[in-house]
Design a binder for this molecule. Structure first.
Ligand code: HEC
Length: 160
């Protein structure tokens, strides 16, 4: 897989991919808030699932291919332009459940984009390190990636 430079806000690929995956029609323009919120919640669920896969490989039996697949999936989502899923109009509302994005997020999109940029950067780096198969280096990079989740959640995600 060829990795592009981080571009958190640049593309709406994730939206298209997730809309297809969810079996829904792809709204080309101004997707409904419900679609945006569902898509971002799905994206983060998939990120969390793959993050858990990496964690269990690092704590249990390490399988290089599993870790590569999981890391590439997270990097693809992180670099897919997730920012587009936080379009105006989606500040409140229900996706799979009520959005847990804090109102502050929509007031400080610059900070949100910066935190998203770190997420993209560390996820891209994890993909590279995973391909190398050095478990100690993967652990270290995985910890760096996990810190980007927490940094953004602390500021912009309310507790469930
Ligand atoms: C740049 C900010 C940002 C980063 C980085 C980030 N998240 Fe999130 N995450 C959010 C926001 C905002 C929501 C709330 C989405 C909503 O409900 O509309 C969320 C929601 C979630 C959810 C709940 C999804 C649901 O079903 O509602 C999980 C799980 C999650 N994130 C895991 C992670 C993990 C794991 C990472 C890192 C590998 C991560 N996130 C990185 C901002 C971020």
């Amino acid at each position: 897989m060829k990795l592009r430079p981080p571009s958190f806000l640049a593309s709406t690929l994730a939206l298209a991919v997730l809309a297809v995956a969810a079996g829904g029609a792809i709204a080309q323009q101004a997707p409904k808030p419900e679609v945006l919120i569902k898509s971002r919640q799905s994206a983060f669920q998939l990120v969390a699932f793959n993050s858990g896969r990496i964690k269990s490989n690092l704590e249990g039996t390490y399988n290089k291919d599993e870790v590569i697949k999981a890391s590439n999936t997270i990097a693809a989502i992180a670099n897919s332009g997730l920012g587009a899923l936080f379009a105006p109009g989606s500040e409140t509302g229900k996706g799979w459940h009520d959005t847990s994005a804090k109102p502050e997020l929509f007031k400080d999109l610059k900070k949100f984009a910066e935190l998203g940029g770190s997420f993209s950067k560390e996820a891209t780096e994890l993909s590279k390190v995973a391909a190398g198969g050095d478990v100690a280096a993967i652990k270290e990079q995985y910890a760096k990636l996990s810190r980007t989740c927490k940094a953004c959640h602390d500021d912009f995600k309310s507790k469930d």
